[in-house]
Every structure is written in C-alpha cells, then in structure tokens.
Write a protein that binds this ligand. Structure first.
Ligand code: SAM
Length: 257
C-alpha cells in the first residue's frame, strides 16, 4: 500500500491529466485520493470549527495539499501526517514558505506518536480505513486533543465488490452502527453526523464519466494504474449506493463532558 501511495503522489504532482480530473470532479485540484469534493471539505472545516490559530492534525493527509488549503483558508496551524515518506517530502518542500503554519510528518495511523493534548482538531479524510483497530485509533486521536477539542471524519462504509450482497450487514449502515460509529462510542465520544451519500453517488457517476473521457490522456502520461484504481473505486461506490448498501458520512466527535 505504501508503494502504491509513493507512486501515486510522485505521479500526480506534475500530472496535467490528474489535475484536470481533480478540478472537474472535486472542484479544485488538491491531488485528492479520497472521495471528498470541495463542498464536503468546506462542510468539514465549518463543522469542526477550524479558526485562525487553531492547531489541526490531518491524518493520512497525503502530499498536504488539503492541509495547505485548510491553513490558507482559515489561518490555522495544520500538521499533515502520512505513511508515505515521499508524499511528506513533497509536502514539506512545496510549502517551505509557509512553514510558520504548516508542518508535515511521516507517521503510521497504527503506531501514532503524537503529543498528548496538542490539537484543537484532528481530521481523518478517507484515512481511518488504514487502521487495524478503529477503537484504538480513535482513542489515540482523543488523547491528542486539547480540552474542548473535536475530531472530524469524512468516511464511507458499504459493501465492497468482493462481499456477497447477502453477507453484507445492512443494519450496520446506520451512523451509530458503522465500524467508525461503534469505535467513537467505545472511546466515550459523542458525535453528530451529516449524510453525504447522495452526493457521493453523484460524484462516483461524475468520476466514471470524466475518467472515460480522459482515458487517452491518462494513458499518454503512463498513468493507467491511477486510471484503473480510480475507475475501480467509482464503479464500486456507484454500484453499492444503487443497491442501497453504501453510506458516506461526515462525523464530528468530541469527548463527553
Ligand atoms: C484514500 S487516501 C486519502 C488522502 C487524503 N486524505 C484525501 O482525502 O485525498 C489515504 C491516505 O492515507 C495514507 N495512509 C495509508 N496507510 C496509512 C497509515 N498506515 N498511516 C498513515 N497514513 C496512511 C496514504 O498514504 C494516503 O495518503
């Protein structure tokens, strides 16, 4: 997985077709590899209340373009953490002139080494999936929050293509029953949820259409592996939503008072 992401971030940094893909699908090119468009990202920023001077940690933030956008937009101090050393190197080099409010560190969501009580907000945008134990990870995040701090997740849960429809536990689609919802409760957090499933479906269909159109350019740039990865995701999400076996949620969580 780390090899895939090293190759992905190396390839997309200077790719004109990937920039066009992200701009047309998500509304802006932030080298996204998750599923959040600008409407979801801006909803997340508002929901977790990121303010000038807030201390924010973005877990699984890739090459840091989302962290940079958040800091530019809000004036917050944002640290991006990612498993891919290549992505972190690129993020650090690209944002050297903004080092007073942006920092990037290599880290593993399964072996987090972050200071306790250090952050006002911790974000996970399509990265909790890489945790081996959601409850432990959520508790690790919680320990890193300052008093009054908030966790924000953009998160999808649904039937993967290799799971038979009859084996998928539909009762776990409810926000409090998803693996993330269960982990939040297990760690003693309360949470609010916004449902982005309809938008997720629209985005998946848009991805499919734009990818079909841009296939020759992806091939010309030697980026078939990205085209296939993104088309596979889009097909999987579209099919699962159409079966009623997929949800996308924005969770905002905080410790119980
Ligand atoms: C689906 S991408 C999402 C990236 C970004 N948040 C976005 O929305 O575009 C998942 C990210 O998690 C990172 N990642 C994968 N495994 C990880 C791990 N064990 N610890 C930390 N980050 C990890 C990947 O390198 C990648 O940048």
């Amino acid at each position: 997985m780390q090899a895939f992401y090293n190759s992905f971030y190396a390839a997309v940094e200077h790719s004109s077709v990937h920039a066009e893909f992200c701009t047309r699908v998500f509304g802006r090119n932030l080298c996204q590899h998750g599923f959040a468009d600008m409407a979801q990202l801006n909803a997340l920023i508002a929901a977790v209340r990121i303010e000038p001077g807030s201390s924010v940690l973005d877990i699984g933030g890739g090459n840091g373009m989302i962290a940079e956008y958040i800091s530019d937009r809000t004036g917050a101090h944002v640290t991006g953490l990612d498993f891919s050393p290549d992505a972190i190197e690129r993020a650090t080099a690209r944002t050297a002139a903004k080092a007073d409010r942006l920092a990037f560190v290599v880290g593993d969501i399964n072996a987090l080494k972050v200071s306790s009580a250090a952050y006002d907000v911790i974000l996970s945008i399509d990265s909790i999936y890489f945790s081996d134990d959601y409850a432990r990870t959520v508790c690790d995040f919680t320990a890193a929050l300052r008093p009054g701090g908030r966790l924000g997740f953009l998160y999808s849960y649904g039937r993967e293509p290799w799971v038979a429809k009859t084996d998928f536990p539909t009762e776990n689609l409810a926000p409090e029953r998803t693996p993330l919802g269960v982990a939040l409760t297990a760690c003693g957090l309360t949470f609010t949820v916004h449902d982005f499933t309809v938008q997720d479906h629209q985005l998946a269909l848009r991805r499919k259409g734009i990818l079909s159109e841009l296939r020759p350019q992806f091939e010309a740039e030697g980026l078939q592996f990205i085209w296939e990865n993104r088309m596979g995701d889009a097909n999987g999400v579209a099919a699962a939503v159409e079966e009623g076996l997929h949800r996308r949620y924005l969770y905002v969580a905080k410790p119980r008072p």
